[in-house]
Design a protein around this ligand. Structure first.
Ligand code: ACO
Length: 335
C-alpha cells in the first residue's frame, strides 16, 4: 500500500502590507491591543483592483510547490482546494485552478472547513493516494478575507485578526515506509456553528430580501465570532487532537520536530506550547506577519519553516487546527 508524502510546499501572499497602525485609522483599535491579545503586527490585504483572487493566489502557491516537488502541472492527478472565501458562490475555486494551470481535465474538489480546511483537504488527498487512485495531488489553502470584513469599530474583534494569502503542497505517493503521513484526525461539533460564522446571504434569506429589509442592524453578511467562547474551545481541542495523533502513533511530544499550528492567535499557540511542554524550537509561528489566513495558514507556515531550514527530510511534523464549525483536526507526518 502506498503512503503519501509532502513532496513540495509553497506559498504566495499579496505585496500590500497592512499594519495595526493602518487599522487604527479605520476603527477604534490600537496597535497595543492587537499585539497584546493576538500577537499580530501586520497582515497582507489584496489591494482593490489587483488580479489576486483566492484561486489565482492558490495557483501561484501551487506553482511554487510543484517546482519544489519537481513535478509539472501535467503530472498532477487531482486538486483539493480549501477555502471559506471562494472566488464565486459557485463553482468552487478548484476548477479555476485547473483552468489557470492549463492542465488536463482532472478532478477538482472544494473543501469548506474554514481554519481546519487545509488538514481536512490533506486528509482527503491522503486517502486517494493510499488507495492507489492518484499519484500527485495539489492540496491548496487560500483566502481573500479582506474584501468581506467589517472594517468599522463594529467589526473590530474579527477584522483585526484576518489576513489574505495562499499556501499549497504537492502530496505524492511513496513506498518509503519512513516518509509521509502517519495519520490524520478530523472532528466537528456543529452545535457551535453560529459562534463563528458568516450567516447571510443564505438559501433562507437571499440577497434581494436583505436589500429590501434595509435593516441597519442586520450585519449577517459579515463574519461573526464569539471570541472568548471560541478561544476557550480552541485551547482544549488543539491539545486533544495533537494528543490523539501522538497516541495513535505511539509517539511523545518530545518526538515532534516541529508543531505547525493553525495561526489563529499567538496566545493560543503559546498556551498549547506551555501545556505540552514544547520548546520554542518545536513550535512555528508567523501570525505576527500575516494574521489569521484560515485555510492558508498551515501551508504558508510550513512553506516558510521549510525555507528557513526548520523542516528537513525525515523530521516528524505535527499539524493541528481549530476553527469555525466547530471543526478541528491534526496530522502527523514524516517529511
Ligand atoms: N481593538 C480594541 N478593542 C477591542 C478590539 C479591537 N480590535 N476587539 C475587541 N475589543 C474590546 C471588546 O469590545 C472588549 O471590550 P469591553 O471589555 O469594553 O467589552 C474587550 O476588547 C475584550 O474583548 P474580548 O472579545 O473579550 O477580547 P479577547 O481577549 O477574547 O480577544 C480575540 C479577542 C483576539 C478575538 C480572541 O477572543 C480570540 O483570538 N479568539 C479565538 C479566535 C480563533 O481561534 N478563531 C478560530 C479560527 S478563525 C476561523 O475558523 C474562521
Amino acid at each position: 500500500m502506498y503512503k503519501s508524502r509532502i513532496a513540495g510546499v509553497g506559498h504566495y501572499v499579496p505585496d500590500n502590507v497592512v499594519t495595526n497602525q493602518d487599522l487604527e485609522k479605520l476603527m477604534d483599535t490600537s496597535n497595543e491591543w492587537i499585539i497584546e491579545r493576538t500577537g499580530i503586527e501586520e497582515r497582507r490585504f489584496v489591494k482593490p483592483g489587483s488580479d489576486d483572487t483566492p484561486s489565482t493566489m492558490g495557483t501561484k502557491a501551487a506553482r511554487v510547490a510543484m517546482e519544489r516537488a519537481g513535478v509539472t502541472p501535467d503530472e498532477i492527478d487531482f486538486i483539493v482546494f480549501a477555502t471559506l472565501s471562494p472566488d464565486y458562490y459557485f463553482p468552487g475555486p478548484g476548477v479555476l485552478v485547473q483552468e489557470q494551470l492549463g492542465i488536463k481535465e482532472i478532478g477538482a474538489l472544494d473543501v469548506r472547513n474554514q481554519c481546519s480546511g487545509f488538514i481536512y483537504a490533506l486528509s482527503v488527498a491522503d486517502q486517494f493516494i493510499k488507495t492507489g487512485m492518484y499519484k500527485n495531488i495539489l492540496v491548496i489553502g487560500s483566502e481573500l478575507h479582506s474584501g468581506g470584513l467589517d472594517m468599522t469599530t463594529r467589526g473590530r474583534n474579527v477584522s483585526v485578526i484576518f489576513g489574505d494569502g495562499a499556501g499549497a503542497v504537492v502530496l505524492q505517493a511513496t513506498e518509503n515506509e519512513n516518509s509521509g503521513i502517519l495519520s490524520t484526525h478530523l472532528h466537528s461539533e456543529g452545535k457551535h456553528a453560529e459562534e463563528l460564522a458568516l450567516i447571510g446571504p443564505n438559501t433562507g434569506k437571499w440577497v434581494p430580501e436583505i436589500i429590501e429589509a434595509n435593516d441597519a442592524e442586520d450585519i449577517s453578511y459579515y463574519p461573526y465570532m464569539n471570541g472568548n467562547f471560541v478561544f476557550k474551545h480552541a485551547v482544549t481541542r488543539f491539545q486533544e487532537v495533537i494528543h490523539e495523533a501522538l497516541q495513535t502513533n505511539n509517539k511523545a511530544a518530545t518526538d515532534i520536530k516541529l508543531l505547525v499550528p493553525h495561526q489563529a492567535n499567538l496566545r493560543i499557540s503559546q498556551y498549547i506550547q506551555k501545556k505540552m511542554a514544547l520548546s520554542n524550537d518545536q513550535v512555528y509561528n508567523n501570525i505576527m506577519r500575516y494574521g489569521n489566513t484560515t485555510a492558508a495558514s498551515i501551508p504558508i507556515a510550513m512553506s516558510e519553516a521549510w525555507e528557513e531550514g526548520k523542516i528537513k527530510e525525515g523530521d516528524l511534523i505535527c499539524l493541528a487546527a481549530f476553527g469555525s464549525g466547530f471543526t478541528w483536526a491534526s496530522a502527523l507526518l514524516y517529511w
